[in-house]
Design a protein around this ligand. Structure first.
Ligand code: XIL
Length: 369
């Protein structure tokens, strides 16, 4: 009798303590901390989205509500030869985000780097004619976007089209089609998926000359009735760049131009600067002196790094009315491309999470608010 009468009470107690335990052990998440301000994203490599990295999966599932493909949607991967598409990794990436209800970002449709070698060339190895280039761009954009129609929140349609001095990069797209390659690409993208957001994305966005050219491009697209939804400011930074005031001015000016602003590839090198910006082709041979902290960041550098990141995050929060997403280019420090760029084999500390998967201190004030 007694035992039976006690049972419901015991069950209830059990349920209570489980619930308490869950509340006590669910750590605060970045996506909740920034829910009223902007999406918070991370670039993922294929280990995570192919199910080979459960620790990163847990971190991403807890903290992020947006993801971008670090490499698997670039043309050399997804469209390595004419008419040949390798979908497996990209499909897994899109399924990963869909299953977790995340805003999925496609990166990137047209980029001079990691460009499939066949793309701009004819069978003799010469640049194709403008007509053939247009056909190839139209096919590539329409095939890739159509496959993921309705699943991708936004696409980096064109990546890194402009140089720091404000001139157009002499990419194969530009060499063959001139400035017109950008409006053409955006028209193709808008036709392929009317519901996906369409972005221009670039690094060194604090450069006033670069800013002026992007403002002109935005105005030109809008004047011609071609849709552009946002500007991605990559946000690859270091301990002595960018100029914070100029970076903030770019956020403001893009906002005023009537497009969404995103920080799309945020990271801040804690190591001596080898070169500013993020031009993937600018690499330097390994030099021990430029890899000063292989066993951990000294306290003063760590403090300074966190202070700079905190100031940046405060800047993003000040402009939450125009900033729609802040995405880190990787998850924890061990996953950053900066361990191998611009110098292979350095130990870097540029991301939001340490190698032990703990959030960096500058995030505490947001996480514990
Ligand atoms: C980087 C990836 O992180 C690396 O794994 C790859 O080897 C090179 O490209 N700007 C971009 C990104 O738009 O696509 C680049 O990603 C980093 C610079």
């Amino acid at each position: 009798m007694k035992t039976i009468a006690l049972l419901p009470a015991l069950l209830l107690l059990g349920a209570c303590s489980t619930a308490q335990k869950e509340t006590a052990t669910t750590p605060p998440s970045l996506k909740d901390a920034f829910a009223d301000s902007f999406l918070i994203g991370a670039a993922l490599n294929t280990d995570c989205t192919n199910g080979l990295d459960p620790a990163t999966d847990s971190l991403v599932s807890l903290h992020f509500n947006s993801i971008v493909a670090e490499n698997c949607m670039k043309s050399e991967k997804i469209n390595p030869s004419e008419g040949v598409y390798e979908w497996d990794d990209a499909d897994n990436f899109v399924n990963y985000g869909t299953e977790r209800g995340m805003k999925i970002i496609g990166h990137t449709l047209l980029w001079h780097s990691q460009l499939a070698p066949w793309f701009p060339l004819d069978s003799a190895g010469n640049n194709v004619t403008p007509d053939v280039m247009k056909q190839r761009i139209a096919n590539h954009i329409s095939t890739v976007m159509t496959r993921y129609k309705g699943k991708i929140h936004g696409w980096d349609v064109v990546n890194e089209a402009i140089l720091e001095d404000g001139s157009y990069r002499k990419s194969p797209f530009y060499e063959i089609l001139g400035e017109e390659f950008i409006p053409f690409a955006f028209s193709c993208a808008a036709a392929a998926d009317p519901d996906a957001e369409l972005y221009l994305n670039d690094y060194s966005m604090a450069s006033p000359a670069k800013r002026e050219t992007y403002l002109k491009i935005i105005a030109d697209l809008k004047a011609r009735g071609i849709r552009i939804d946002g500007i991605g400011m990559q946000g690859h930074m270091g301990m002595d760049y960018p100029d914070f005031a100029e970076f903030e001015k770019s956020i403001e000016e893009y906002g005023k131009a009537g497009v969404g602003v995103m920080i799309t590839e945020w990271d801040m090198s804690a190591l001596p600067t080898v070169n500013q910006g993020a031009n993937v082709a600018d690499t330097t041979a390994f030099n021990k002196l430029l890899n000063p902290y292989p066993d951990g960041l000294p306290e003063d550098i760590d403090r300074e790094w966190n202070e700079r990141m905190g100031r940046m995050m405060d800047m993003f929060m000040r402009h939450a009315d125009v900033i729609t997403r802040v995405t880190a280019w990787g998850t924890d420090d061990s996953k950053s491309w900066k361990n191998d760029w611009p110098m292979k084999g350095r130990t870097e500390y540029p991301l939001l999470f340490s190698r032990s998967l703990t959030p960096k201190p500058f995030l505490n004030k947001y996480l514990n608010k």
